[in-house]
Design a protein around this ligand. Structure first.
Ligand code: ACO
Ligand code: ZN
Length: 481
């Protein structure tokens, strides 16, 4: 058949048959080219790995969860079959000994295997992925408690604190491999690293918080029934979560919180910080961890919030103190970390709040008489923000300072570790070797860049508005098991 002749019906059905067979070979682990919107008018094919498949009997309706190679995971998405370009190169997953990939099976076996993998259908008959895709049953032995339970406890908790009380007794959140997780906590800092693949596929769509509707970036282990809900309603004051606007409205009528449940330790120009002890406000801090996991990928969330203090930054108006972001900090960090996890809620990002949170963490360190550094690894955005904060702070000190200053003095004046200062000086190309010794030398370009960003009226922490003495914990209070 020549290229420009009209295809016959039999040719078309043959071609469609070939297509269906080609789609059948696309299994988890394959790398294919997928159509991706790069800009408003820019569509490109990008190589992507298939992380999950939502099979449909009609192959054209099958959906694929893809991770674009070399792009951040927050761009991962479900795409319909037609966005896969099967005419371009396809990489199939390597077969492991004793294990077959679907492409290696004959067609009857393939069918059987696919029906086993086929996701469950919900009540409307829509396909939903199988539970195993999202929740590792060894981590989540039973579902997380429903918000109704957690909310009722919250107000009580805010008023009555008993260190020995385990108000979540019987809840799954406390029972999942706790010893193992806590051991990891002890050895690896605030959050255990993701050891398995449970969180590869995003399970949430959107959340509504106050006046904002926000798209989830990553997996977060909200209770199973929340996975794939169109919208999750989150109370912006107590951070409880709801599936319907009706239950959320009912909650709002009862919820008395107008600010985070902790001590306000800072207030300046409409911004406040509240200090919260994870042990005393477990429900709030767990809700916060669930929320923040939605935007944090490189760490895995943990329910053991007891070893942490949480510093919540709010913007205040006549309706209350609205959360902008937060950071957590270990009560006792053996590695000298002054910050464990940091988040600006997406609706408030790129407005300088991240740098404000970082600045606040260093102000706390200065009062403690310590030098600090954030817990590693940093995310891509975390690294960008820290680099920006370190560069601004160091350049400002160097410009203000006339005369000689050593790295140790610079570290002492800023609370930033010598290692982080050296790293920053290298990234801004300010470390030179001159007449046999290392010197710091700011280029005109760096100084001009600093002055330009200074003109943007940067938000700053006013240290005199911070009313805080470092909390002291007894060894018994630092024992969490
Ligand atoms: N693209 C490019 N540069 C960026 C971006 C971005 N999307 N976001 C931040 N930056 C850089 C910029 O240099 C910016 O300064 P500028 O706007 O003056 O150029 C600087 O970082 C800081 O920007 P802020 O507005 O102060 O920071 P923001 O409020 O957006 O918060 C944060 C930064 C907290 C990292 C936020 O992006 C976030 O919550 N991300 C998701 C969670 C996360 O990754 N947290 C860090 C994990 S590491 C850890 O927890 C120890
Ligand atoms: Zn509430």
């Amino acid at each position: 058949m020549s290229n420009n002749s009209t295809p016959k019906a039999s040719d078309l059905s043959e071609r469609n048959g070939d297509r269906s067979n080609a789609y059948l070979k696309i299994v988890v682990g394959c790398k294919v080219f997928v159509e991706k919107q790069m800009g408003p008018t820019d569509v490109q094919y990008r190589k992507a790995e298939i992380l999950s498949v939502r099979e449909a009997l009609d192959h054209s309706k099958t959906e694929y969860y893809v991770h674009y190679c070399e792009f951040n995971k927050r761009l991962d998405e479900w795409v319909p079959a037609h966005r896969l370009n099967l005419d371009k190169e396809i990489e199939y997953p390597k077969q492991r000994r004793g294990k077959h990939t679907l492409s290696g099976l004959d067609s009857t076996k393939k069918q059987r295997r696919i029906s086993k993998l086929t996701p469950l259908r919900d009540r409307e008959g829509k396909l939903t992925p199988r539970r195993e895709n999202y929740f590792d049953s060894s981590l989540f032995d039973s579902p997380i408690s429903s918000p109704a339970t957690t909310n009722d406890k919250l107000t009580e908790e805010a008023e009555h604190v008993d260190d020995e009380t385990d108000e979540h007794k019987g809840q799954a959140t406390d029972t999942f491999s706790k010893e193992k997780e806590i051991e990891k906590l002890r050895t690896s800092g605030s959050m255990t690293q993701c050891v398995n693949e449970i969180s590869r596929v995003k399970n949430l769509n959107k959340i509504q918080m106050g006046i904002h509707e926000i798209e989830a970036w990553y997996f977060s282990p909200y209770p199973e029934e929340y996975a794939h809900a169109e919208l999750i309603y989150i109370c912006e004051f107590c951070l409880s979560y709801f599936l319907s606007s009706k239950s959320f409205t009912r909650h709002r009528a009862k919820c008395t919180l107008l600010h985070p449940p902790g001590n306000e330790i800072y207030r300046y120009e409409g911004i406040s910080f509240f200090e919260i002890d994870g042990r005393k406000q477990r429900t709030y801090c767990r809700n916060l961890s669930l929320l923040s996991k939605m935007f944090l990928d490189h760490k895995t969330l943990y329910y053991d919030v007891d070893p942490f203090l949480f510093y919540i930054m709010t913007k205040n108006d006549e309706y209350g103190a609205h959360i902008l972001g937060y950071f957590s900090k270990e009560k006792e960090s053996l590695e000298g970390y002054n910050l464990a996890c940091i988040l600006t809620l997406p609706q408030h990002q790129r407005m300088g709040y991240g740098k404000l949170l970082i600045a606040f963490s260093y102000e706390l360190s200065k009062i403690e008489g310590r030098i600090g550094s954030p817990e590693k690894p940093l995310s891509d955005l975390g690294l960008l923000s820290y680099r920006a904060y370190w560069a601004e702070t160091i350049v400002e000190k160097l410009i203000d300072f006339r005369g000689e200053i050593t790295l140790e003095e610079l570290s002492h004046a800023t609370g930033i570790t010598v290692q982080d200062i050296l790293h920053t000086l290298q990234t801004i190309d300010a470390l030179k070797y001159y007449r046999g010794q290392h010197i710091i030398c700011l280029s005109t370009k760096t100084v001009e860049q600093y002055e330009r960003s200074n003109q943007k009226k940067r938000r700053k922490i006013d240290a005199t508005a911070l009313k805080w003495t470092p909390p002291i914990f007894t060894p018994a209070q630092l024992r969490y098991l």
